[in-house]
Design a binder for this molecule. Structure first.
Ligand SMILES: Cc1cc2nc3c(=O)[nH]c(=O)nc-3n(C[C@H](O)[C@H](O)[C@H](O)COP(=O)(O)OP(=O)(O)OC[C@H]3O[C@@H](n4cnc5c(N)ncnc54)[C@H](O)[C@@H]3O)c2cc1C
Length: 366
């Protein structure tokens, strides 16, 4: 079995992982990025809209352009950052100090890293309803990948389920490619995404039906439509169902942190609805209860790319420091202050509560 070692293994090449890699490499540490896909950038490569967030996190820049900025940043470190594409980290064996990696579907090998930053992003949630397994039912991430990575439209007429930012943005992207969107269904009484995104799709004639959900997909072999229904305040059916014709049902019903490796590594985990799932306890440097593992980005709780990048920088810097590399004075404080600014105000209220519930001041006290 092949095996090689590295100072710091960064698992995932999205905004969190790329930022961690850049920051660790800037101190002189050797870094390996393992990325399942054949490209870097994570979710960013699919985002054609301009991002919100802080100026230092490239607010006003389109997602795929932010990915390019981060890739350019790591390329300045030359061989100090090694990137392995099409490589998924599938197992953690702490006693032996190795992780197992899979290239494609057949080639396995070992990596023995001194330290690890887990930046594996998130997974899409799906909802149960009759016929949800027939062709034509997609997660919103899959629709984005089809359209924005492979240039393929998923269908001609889509029913979107979920009016959070992802549902609204993917609706807009569908409309831009000429696909009709019959409606957006939202089970709660309010639109979860930013108003600017909601206003755009409404102006383009897409109704957003609050307190509505999907009851079943219709069609024998493929989706031909959906029965939808109004909900009452207890999320029970409030009336007769209505039929909507469509060939695609797109589910944008939330994300949950990718955390399998963290469970395997024995990190102390806690469920917090504000961060959308089970996430590891972490100290201010993003270190978990496993002294060799740091976390960053959506794996540490569902937030935004802007926060993912800063968490990545903190995690990468701290992992490098633990190996004796030096961070310039004041850098941690600057990153922490940027993170606090991003999470300030009413919009950051739930994130602040979530982070507070998993923050650890000193590992010795836990
Ligand atoms: C439609 C949409 C719109 C958005 N709009 C905005 C916005 O306007 N502003 C904003 O700030 N944020 C936005 N976001 C959120 C933002 O994209 C995410 O918060 C951000 O990408 C999270 O970064 P990450 O690096 O943690 O994860 P990801 O970007 O998901 O990257 C994780 C990477 O890890 C890889 N990976 C996973 N597991 C493994 C493994 N075991 N081995 C190797 N590689 C692995 C994946 O292939 C992926 O490339 C949006 C997201 C979506 C879906």
């Amino acid at each position: 079995m092949r095996e090689f070692s590295t100072d710091i293994l960064v698992i995932g090449g999205g905004p969190a992982g790329l930022s961690a890699a850049a920051e660790a490499a800037s101190t002189g540490a050797g870094v390996t990025i393992a990325e399942s896909e054949r490209r870097l950038g994570g979710q960013l490569v699919k985002q054609s809209h301009k991002f919100f967030g802080g100026k230092e996190e490239h607010a006003g820049t389109r997602g795929y352009e932010i990915a390019k900025i981060l890739k350019d940043e790591i390329s300045q470190y030359g061989d100090r950052v090694r990137t392995m594409f099409n490589t998924t980290i599938v197992g953690y064996y702490g006693d032996e100090g190795i992780v197992t990696a899979m290239v494609g579907e057949e080639d396995y090998f070992h990596i023995s890293p001194k330290k690890i930053v887990v930046a594996c992003g998130a997974q899409e949630r799906l909802i149960p309803f009759p016929n949800n397994d027939i062709p034509g039912v997609y997660g919103a991430g899959a629709v984005q990948t089809l359209m924005n990575v492979y240039g393929i439209v998923p269908g001609r007429r889509v029913l979107m389920v979920g009016a959070g930012n992802i549902g609204l943005i993917v609706t807009y992207q569908l409309l831009q490619t000429g696909v009709e969107v019959a409606a957006i269904l939202e089970a709660t009484p309010r639109i979860g995404g930013y108003w600017v995104h909601a206003a755009k799709v409404r102006r383009m004639g897409v109704p957003i039906l609050l307190r509505h959900s999907i009851k079943r997909a219709t069609g024998d072999q493929v989706v031909t439509g959906a029965d939808i229904v109004e909900l009452d305040e207890n999320f029970s059916e409030a009336g007769l169902s209505e039929h909507v014709e469509c060939d695609t049902i797109c589910l944008a019903v939330g994300l949950t942190p990718t955390n399998e490796l963290l469970w395997q590594a024995g990190c102390r985990m806690r469920y917090t609805p504000y961060l959308c799932g089970h996430v590891p306890l972490r100290d201010a440097s993003m270190r978990t209860s496993n002294e060799n593992i740091w976390i960053a980005g959506d794996s540490s709780g569902i937030e935004e790319a802007s926060a993912a990048m800063i968490e990545g920088r903190i995690a990468g810097l701290s992992a490098a420091e633990s190996l004796g590399y030096k961070a310039p004075p004041g850098k941690f404080d600057r990153y922490r202050s940027r993170l606090r600014n991003l999470r300030a105000g009413e919009v950051g209220e739930k994130i602040r509560a979530g982070v507070a519930s998993v923050a650890v001041a000193e590992w010795g006290n836990v």
